[in-house]
Design a binder for this molecule. Structure first.
Ligand SMILES: Cc1ncc(COP(=O)(O)O)c(C=O)c1O
Length: 342
């Protein structure tokens, strides 16, 4: 049964699976010493610029924690939205492996603003207080919203003013690129993002993310960090081959375009119910909506989705590369039925 639970409830995109099968022959070098990894790195450089340094890791938490590890010492703090994955959904992995304090900043739509960040940059040079070192933004955000290029530029200007690094959690960076109608480079390298956790899994990969440094000097020690963080895959070719398939013929764009379009259709379908209120701008592949409490379980029984906030009954509906219009119809019918039977 299909669902709107998460973009990682979906399976592997058939073209990615095919790429894994094709890579499954012969013996090749391990730990990234193979032609798949070489090709994947060159494709990333095409997207982000020749200066980009690229490392493949297993998962999003690992990408975030290892990337941030290259930027921080344990007496630093990382400024992020309250709802950031690093703040609420990575258990205490960032705290355990970085030792840093994560400062959660309220962000009603998931996006940080320079003003909100600046309020938290305090007690500079005071040894009693964690020293701010990184601003971390998610693109697209945990609320399915997307920073504009100008919004990222403004955050970078603040980062530069205070000597902070800018990290982008790009678990859904492809959805953001499609939403903006921009190349990856235009809202990352060109505006001064220092390092990206580049997502693959949520856009059709079996597993695999990339840590992309846009300032090569920051990558100098990353090969040690990646191993120490247990993120160095010995059969690296299987992650790399997936990224080759993803980037070579813009499969990433096809998948994300579809997921975003489905989210728009879903929003339209939900707007037909006066009892339902959309709570966030549907920029990428997620739809957030308030549902009447009494219908939630009935609808979930027919097609699953998560309650995001059980105090307000705000629910989250995620679309992925394999979401269909029939799935949206199934959801709409289930809502209609539940409302009528109430
Ligand atoms: C914004 C964001 N970052 C990172 C991740 C990746 O996490 P994982 O470690 O589960 O791959 C997720 C997954 O839910 C996410 O939503």
């Amino acid at each position: 049964m299909k669902s709107f639970a998460s973009d990682n409830y979906s399976g592997i995109h058939p073209e990615i699976l095919q790429a894994i099968i094709q890579a499954n022959e012969q013996h090749v070098g391990s730990y990234g010493n193979d032609s798949y990894t070489e090709k994947a790195i060159s494709l990333f450089k095409k997207e982000f610029g020749a200066q980009a340094e690229v490392f493949f890791v297993y998962n999003g938490t690992g990408a975030n924690v290892s990337a941030l590890s290259a930027l921080t010492k344990s007496y630093h703090s990382i400024l992020a939205p309250e709802l950031a994955h690093i703040n609420v959904d990575e258990s205490t992995a960032p705290e355990k492996f970085l030792g840093c304090k994560i400062i959660g900043i309220p962000a009603a739509d998931g996006k940080l603003t320079p003003q909100a960040i600046e309020e938290k940059i305090i007690r500079i040079n005071d040894q009693h207080h964690p020293q701010a070192k990184v601003i971390s933004i998610s693109q697209s955000t945990e609320y399915g919203t997307v920073y504009t290029v100008d919004e990222i530029k403004a955050i970078k200007a603040l980062a530069t003013q205070y000597g902070l690094y800018l990290h982008m959690d790009g678990a859904r960076i492809s959805n953001a690129a499609v939403a903006l109608g921009k190349s990856f480079k235009e809202f990352t390298s060109d505006v001064g993002v220092d390092v990206i956790s580049f997502g693959g899994t949520k856009n059709g990969l079996l597993a695999g993310e990339a840590v992309v440094f846009l300032q090569p000097n920051l990558a100098q020690e990353f090969k040690f960090i990646s191993k120490q963080s247990m993120q160095l895959h010995s059969k690296m070719r299987f992650i790399s081959a997936q990224f080759v398939a993803q980037l070579e013929n813009e499969l990433w764009k096809k998948s994300a375009t579809h997921a975003n379009a489905m989210a728009k259709k879903l929003e339209k379908a939900l707007l037909l119910f006066p009892e339902i209120k959309i709570t966030q701008s549907v920029d990428a592949n997620g739809v957030f909506a308030l549902l009447p409490a009494h219908i939630i379980e009935k609808v979930q029984a027919e097609i699953f989705f998560y309650v995001w906030n059980d105090k307000t009954n705000e629910c989250r509906f995620m679309c992925s590369f394999d979401t269909t219009e029939e799935d949206i119809e199934t959801l709409a019918k289930a809502i209609k039925k539940a409302l009528v039977s109430a």
